[in-house]
Ligand binder design. Sequence first.
Ligand SMILES: Nc1ncnc2c1ncn2[C@@H]1O[C@H](COP(=O)(O)OP(=O)(O)O)[C@@H](O)[C@H]1O
Ligand SMILES: O=P(O)(O)OC[C@H](O)CO
Length: 499
Amino acid sequence: MTMSDEKFILSLDQGTTSSRAVLFNRKGEIVGMAQQEFTQIYPQAGWVEHDPMEIWSTQRGVMTQVLAKTDTKPEQVAAISITNQRETTVVWDKNTGKPVYNAIVWQCRRTANTCEQMKRDGLEDYVRENTGLVVDAYFSGTKVAWILDNVEGAREKAEKGELLFGTVDSWLTWKLTEGRVHVTDVTNASRTMLFNIKSLEWDEKMMKALNVPASMLPEVKSSSEVYGEANLNGTMVPIAGIAGDQQAALFGQLALEKGMAKNTYGTGCFLLMNTGEEPVKSENGLLTTIAYGLDGKVNYALEGSVFVAGASIQWLRDEMGLIRDAADSEYFASKVEDTNGVYVVPAFVGLGAPYWDAYARGTIVGLTRGANRNHIVRATLESLAYQSRDVLDAMQKDAGLQLNQVNVDGGAVANNFLMQFQSDILGTSVVRPKVIETTAAGSAYLAGLAVGYWEGIDDLRKNVGVDRVFEADMTEEKREKLYKGWTRAVERSRAWEEE
Ligand SMILES: Nc1ncnc2c1ncn2[C@@H]1O[C@H](COP(=O)(O)OP(=O)(O)O)[C@@H](O)[C@H]1O
Ligand SMILES: O=P(O)(O)OC[C@H](O)CO
């Protein structure tokens, strides 16, 4: 229950598996939250889709629910912020507002062949230099092209200027403003492979290479400004913050200075390091991306994107039936002292950073007659930590520095076994904040700053607190032996699926 004149920021967090709405007060505390899972559509092996109308209906549903649950009137919402699963691609008809196809999800591998062709066409260096990305099916560009090439009549309509493209932030803003506003922010734009991260404009050469008409593309704005107004039961409320979820988490951790990093453990795992106002080119398989656009400037980040992290725990629950609840994984993993030599490489949709192997597939190695459920559960949890080490090692090489602590957030950091093992396998401290909904918080901060709900960054520092610090407790010898086993397991998973 909220006091009737108190104001809040309503943060909409549209993730890969669920839509969430979180209400924040001035102290950055969560006043209320509503969450709803939605359908994952797997039309073929390696393909992943969402229904854009379900994304919208669940997001609208949780938004209404959180206000009702906390007895908050629309007039008490100072601003709405949007943060979202990135890269996921929606194409809709400008006149009817209807999607022409399901959203193609970031995890979807259907355009791997297009990427091979792009590499043969010699585009890799241009893509890396100008978009900060590697040529991979992960990003939106080839997904838009696929829709235009495969949905009957789509290309013709797009060329007549009748279709619009957007990442999920863009789609939600369009729906919330009843079709008045077609925008995105720099962080989301930097994940499309169509955006030039240096000039901060849509890239002509990439638009041509992917055959995507300029008329489809949203206007690109900063991450913190008023983009338009949403109609909340007759009250117009400004939408004032937009950022991709991983960038929002970095902001939520207030990692606003060069060299500050965070790792988020959700469906995937995403390690981002703020590199300041200059983009840093990775030599070790990471991405260069925009961290946020604020006050007329952008900050850049290096990113290590791991495609499957918490999703592997859902796989243990839903497909393998080894656990009933994600949290049970901690209990089973802790029942054994080690994995008995078992490694699980959850390369269900290929491998992201630093390998970028679209043809890797999931692998369990090291099985002996003594391997049991607990070992497999433990090895799956450990895979989150090993994959994070892969990207942290790459990041330290790129940045030329050694981190002695990693700030973490996201759903899976509730798992104490995982956090301790993470610290052990990295040999650094792992710092878990009080509010692990850092994504929603960072997004709320961006909106709150735009409307003067918070005056500035110093105002926000009071909001951030530490819950627990995990310290490494493993010998160097053991750490390196275990990690070597992981690298061998990864080799076994690679290039499995044939082109
Ligand atoms: N206690 C836990 N141990 C391990 N994994 C967990 C735990 N709780 C949640 N997860 C995993 O974390 C993910 C949910 O985190 P969340 O940050 O909500 O993800 P997303 O935003 O990607 O939907 C799920 O994939 C789930 O399997
Ligand atoms: O929905 P999440 O939290 O798994 O995040 C997905 C990422 O944004 C994909 O790049």
